[in-house]
Ligand binder design. Structure first.
Ligand SMILES: C[S@@+](CC[C@H](N)C(=O)[O-])C[C@H]1O[C@@H](n2cnc3c(N)ncnc32)[C@H](O)[C@@H]1O
Length: 214
């Protein structure tokens, strides 16, 4: 499991005292690992999945947006937390999201999930519903664009969650200039300087930032 910033023994303790994934999510993780190779590392970790379900239950959103669906792990977790709301997923990959579609059916949440395929900067621009909750987990260079498109549609009090905002801790090392680290660092700076929001970075998995629109 991903817990880049924790001592391994502490990480084990954390996982042992957090609700684990059910057999369906374990099967999805296994199928993703077997069928997508190195790309499987893009999947959120099980503790993040539990977090997404809990936060969705707490926010009780009507409209949720997910940017970056892959094979569906995070979307199943979000959809399971819904009580009457709807999840709108955005991704470019027909192949990867075909796996997600199967697991939405098996999880019994297909009727509360809509998938739109295409570059998310374009498909989100065409999305015209007020958003209550958003999860951003796609190509890192476009995070500022996704953030602004979501912010324009986010209700006051609404919440954005952005994944991978610590880049294994590299963002805190000014000498680390790998492209994605620089992109995420710029995104983190943009968010903390935005007067419209309240921000909390959580050192969960690869870093997850909670951004509440004031
Ligand atoms: C990190 S993965 C998402 C992981 C997913 N949240 C999960 O829990 O398994 C990133 C996803 O973003 C998608 N993506 C990359 N560039 C994109 C773009 N420009 N527009 C929409 N989706 C994009 C990829 O196809 C990939 O499925």
């Amino acid at each position: 499991m991903k817990a880049y910033l924790l001592d391994p023994a502490v990480a084990q303790y954390v996982f042992a005292h957090s609700t684990p994934p059910d057999p369906l999510l374990e099967e999805l993780a296994k199928e993703t690992a077997e069928s997508t190779g190195d790309a499987a590392g893009m999947q959120i970790s099980p503790d993040q999945g539990t977090f997404l379900t809990m936060i969705t239950q707490l926010v009780a959103p009507q409209v949720v947006v997910e940017v970056g669906t892959f094979t569906g792990y995070s979307s199943v977790c979000i959809a399971r937390g819904l009580s009457g709301g709807h999840l709108h997923c955005f991704d470019v990959s027909e192949e990867w999201t075909s796996v997600a579609r199967r697991y939405w059916e098996r999880a019994g949440v297909a009727d509360r999930v809509t998938l739109t395929l295409g570059p998310a900067l374009e498909t989100l621009t065409a999305f015209d519903q007020p958003i209550d909750l958003a999860f951003i987990d796609a190509d890192k260079g476009n995070y500022p664009g996704y953030y602004e498109l979501v912010m324009e549609r986010l209700r006051p009090g609404g919440l954005i969650l952005a994944d991978n905002t610590l880049r294994r801790g590299h963002v805190a090392d000014p000498a680390h200039d790998e492209t994605t680290t620089v992109e995420i660092r710029q995104f983190n700076d943009l968010v903390i300087e935005d007067p419209r929001v309240t921000v909390l970075m959580l050192p969960v998995a690869d870093g997850m930032t909670m951004i509440r629109k004031n």
